[in-house]
Each structure stands twice: as C-alpha cells, then as structure tokens.
Design a protein around this ligand. Structure first.
Ligand SMILES: O=C[C@H](O)COP(=O)(O)O
Length: 232
C-alpha cells in the first residue's frame, strides 16, 4: 500500500486532554500535508478545525460522550448536534458500556439513536459508535454491533485510545464479522507503526484513527519497495 492510499484511510486524531491550539494547528497542517482522509478533534476545537481545513478535501470528525460514554443521552445528542452546527461532518460517539453490560439494550439503542437522529437533523454525514472493546466481552461486542446497526449508525469503532488496550486485529475481525459489509469498521487506539496499521486494514478495518499518523506514513514511505504488505 502506498502512503497516499494509507493516508486516505486515516482520521488523524488529537483528543488528548489539554491539547492546545498549537496542537490542533499542527494536526490540521499534518493532515493537509499527508492528505489524510479525515481529522478528529474534541468538540470545543471543531470551529478551529473547520477554519483551518476550509477548502481541503478532508472529513471533519469529532466525538460525543467522550471518553466514557456515560453522559446523559440528551447531552450526548445535543453535544453531537452542536458540533455538527459548528462544522463537524461526522461524530464518533462513545457507547454507554455500563448499560450494555447491565443488559439494558433498549437504553443503549436509544442512546445511539438519539445521536444518529440529532446528527442527521443538524445536517451531519454520519455516526460511528465507539465500543471500547477492552471493556467488553466478545458477546458484548457483538451485541453492541447489532444495537449500533439497528439504531442507524454508519460505523463501529474499536476504542477511544484512552481505555484499556489498543486496537487489535482480533477485535477488527470480530467487528467486521458482526456487521458484514453493512457498516464500516474503524480501528483506533494505540496504532503506532505502519505494520500495525496495515494489519488492521488487512483484518477488515475501513478506517484508522491515529495520533501517530505522520510517523506511520513516514515509515511506510521510507520502507524498501519490496517490503510492502498487500501490494497495493
Ligand atoms: O480515536 C482515536 C484515538 O483517540 C487515537 O488514539 P491514539 O492516540 O492511541 O492513536
């Protein structure tokens, strides 16, 4: 895979607590430089991201209920709608893992549906549901995928980058198996090398969320031509 092809699958991310305006400026500059498919920042930075990326063909992504997913459903939906009004195209919302693990499927579905409908009404382009796989059993991951699909989400996403463990090939395979081709799969959290990025795509991820995107892309660019995986 070429660096350009990989970059198109990356949502370059800065969600660290305490990230500064300079961090957001660097992120957007790097995303333009590498032509990343998207950029993901916390809601309060959406107006800045939107201004910095005006005219660029880069998806503007933000988060809702981040990073724990346990805000009130109405707050999550409103947060998502306000972020879309401020310029975000897509919202990565965090699943309420505690409710899922309590067997309260209807409440989990309503939480997701609230965000999906709020984003749609605000003119946004779609919602990803962050599962935080490190906190869930495989059966819970499958249940979460079914609820995300039924509630109208467009993607499921492995993690926030702030929970236990990072994105794994096993979780991407499981999520892909659960949603088939009906939903997208985004792998995120702890992706630090080109080999890891390519392995996650190979396992079935459509998109990757990473903060280490330039290092990953630079490593791929510097790799000897015959060392490529996948050959594209
Ligand atoms: O959604 C994306 C993650 O927050 C990125 O995590 P990372 O900093 O481990 O790449």
């Amino acid at each position: 895979m070429t660096p350009a092809a990989l970059a198109s699958r990356i949502e370059h991310t800065e969600l660290r607590p305490g990230a500064t305006a300079a961090d957001i400026e660097r992120l957007c500059r790097e995303a333009r430089q590498w032509r990343c498919g998207g950029v993901c920042v916390a809601p309060a930075w959406v107006p800045r991201m939107s201004a910095l990326l005006r005219g660029a063909d880069i998806r503007l992504v933000t988060v809702a209920g981040f990073p724990h997913g346990d805000t009130l459903p109405q707050a999550k939906a409103r947060e998502a709608a306000l972020a879309v009004a401020a310029g975000a195209a897509e919202v990565d919302m965090v699943l309420h893992a505690g409710m899922l693990r309590s067997g309260e499927a209807a409440a989990v579905a309503a939480d997701i549906r609230g965000v999906v409908e709020a984003v749609r009404a605000a003119g946004g382009k779609g919602v990803k549901v962050i599962l935080e796989c490190g906190r869930l059993t495989d059966a819970e991951k499958r249940r979460a995928c079914a609820l995300a699909e039924a509630a109208g989400a467009g993607f499921v996403k492995t993690g926030t980058g702030f929970g236990p463990g990072g994105a794994t090939v096993e979780d991407v395979r499981l999520l892909r198996d659960a949603v088939g081709t009906r939903l997208g799969v985004k792998a995120a959290g702890g992706i630090r090398t080109a080999a890891a990025a390519l392995a996650l795509l190979e396992a079935g991820a459509d998109r990757l969320g990473c903060s280490a995107s330039p290092a990953i892309l630079e490593a791929l660019r510097s790799r000897p031509a015959d060392a490529g995986a996948g050959g594209t």
